[in-house]
Design a protein around this ligand. Structure first.
Ligand code: SF4
Length: 261
């Protein structure tokens, strides 16, 4: 069995508990304007410029991002980090792109991880129509589940199609009893107003088992990648947010009964 990935990041500490190895699967059905991994969106390898500077001069080298890998090859890579997983209560995170778009490959890797007692996270935006989600839940210790908005029009304008899938799949995951950490990227002008935040809280409250939230302040680290892909960055000059800049938003979720990481 084969899958398409574009990176394997070792010693990751922001993609779930402990020290993790994060596998970035290629392909996403969304096109969030702030996406900091735009090279992940196409399922096929993406042509991207690597820019080298020598003094005042800039040299461009073309590079293909993304490759096909067999389950066995990926498994060989993941096993190399076993000692870090054991010592830190870490494990493997499958991110993207959207990992649920390669469900068979994802499931195969999750099963291998479970058999080896590697703890697993799946980092998803959930906007996919997927049949085998319950099977994926059986082998996933924690879902890092992106909620970007609870306003369908905002979703369509800034993110793409599949708004109801996000909430339907979240409900299915929770009903299955899987652990979920809701992750909300805080995006200026998209979901940082009181109206937008109260819509999110209102919708989250319809799924009572959800208690934990992580807020991710918008940052511009991916902006340069758009230039290197020959694309326009959809957020213009919008400035990055800081942890302190979203203190009020964290407080808002706490006041509404959520544990905010
Ligand atoms: S869901 Fe994630 S990977 Fe897909 S476009 Fe949005 S930010 Fe990028």
């Amino acid at each position: 069995m084969r899958g398409n990935i574009f990176d394997i990041k070792r010693y990751a500490i922001h993609d779930g508990p402990g020290i993790r190895t994060t596998v970035f699967l290629k392909g996403c059905n969304l096109h969030c304007r702030w996406c900091h991994n735009p090279e992940s969106q196409s399922l096929e390898p993406s042509r991207m410029w690597q820019i080298h500077r020598l003094g005042e001069k800039e040299f461009r080298e073309e590079k293909m991002v993304g490759y096909c890998i067999t389950a066995e090859e990926l498994w060989t890579e993941l096993r190399k980090d076993q000692v870090f997983f054991e010592e830190s209560a870490g494990g493997v995170t499958f991110s993207g792109g959207e990992p649920l778009l390669q469900p068979d490959f994802l499931l195969e890797m999750l099963k291998r991880c479970r058999a080896a007692h590697f703890r697993t996270c799946v980092d998803t935006a959930g906007a996919v129509n997927i049949g085998g989600l319950e099977e994926i839940c059986r082998y996933t210790d924690l879902f890092l589940y992106d909620i970007k908005t609870a306003e369908p029009d905002t979703f369509r304008t800034f993110i793409g199609e599949g708004y109801e899938n996000v909430w339907d799949n979240l409900k299915r995951i929770v009903q299955h009893g899987a652990q979920v950490l809701i992750r909300i990227p805080v995006i200026p002008g998209v979901n940082d107003s009181l109206v937008a935040l109260s819509a999110i809280v209102g919708r989250l409250k319809t799924i009572p088992a959800l208690h934990r939230i992580e807020l991710l302040p918008y940052h511009r680290t991916g902006a340069d990648k758009y230039r290197r892909l020959g694309r326009e960055y959809g957020m213009g000059e919008t400035a990055s947010l800081t942890e302190t800049g979203i203190t009020g938003i964290k407080e808002y979720f706490r006041e509404n009964g959520y544990e905010v990481l």
